[in-house]
Design a protein around this ligand. Structure first.
Ligand SMILES: [Zn+2]
Length: 140
């Protein structure tokens, strides 16, 4: 599946890059092997500061902080993604039909999107905190 993405690296290269960025310990398993972090464990679950959320792997901007909302599910949740930033893939693992979300640039697994979010989009992007890198407002 790696061939679909503009940014491609080996597992060893991703591991090194994530370590360099100080990513959460589970970041490699989450982003490159579609693991799910434990709910209420991620560092961004309770962050409400102004800024933007980027892919921990390649830095692509994924969400603005004003679309983040408290879904009470234990993972950072957003009602809207930056247009074109996220690719959706039908996921039938674990006996469920879900829509997986990955970074459109590098294919990093981010989480899933569900049709039970707030208006106006009605969407809930349920993200792994470990997949995200928060940039406070006003900083690049
Ligand atoms: Zn990415």
């Amino acid at each position: 599946m790696n061939d679909d993405y503009r940014i491609r690296k080996t597992d060893a290269e991703w591991k090194a890059l994530l370590a360099e960025k100080g990513a959460e310990p589970g970041a490699f398993q989450v982003t490159r092997h579609a693991a799910t972090e434990r709910p209420f464990s991620g560092k961004y679950e309770r962050v409400w500061a102004d800024g933007s959320y980027h892919c921990i792997c390649c830095g692509a901007k994924l969400f603005d902080s004003d679309t983040k909302f408290d879904a009470g599910c234990g993972w950072p949740s957003f009602s809207q993604a930056i247009p074109g930033a996220i690719k959706e893939i039908r996921d039938t693992s674990h006996g469920m039909i879900r829509v997986e979300t990955v970074c459109a640039e590098c294919g990093a697994h981010l989480g899933h999107v569900f049709p039970d979010g707030p208006e106006p989009t009605g969407l809930r992007y349920c993200m792994n905190s470990a997949s995200l890198d928060f940039h406070p407002e006003g900083k690049a």
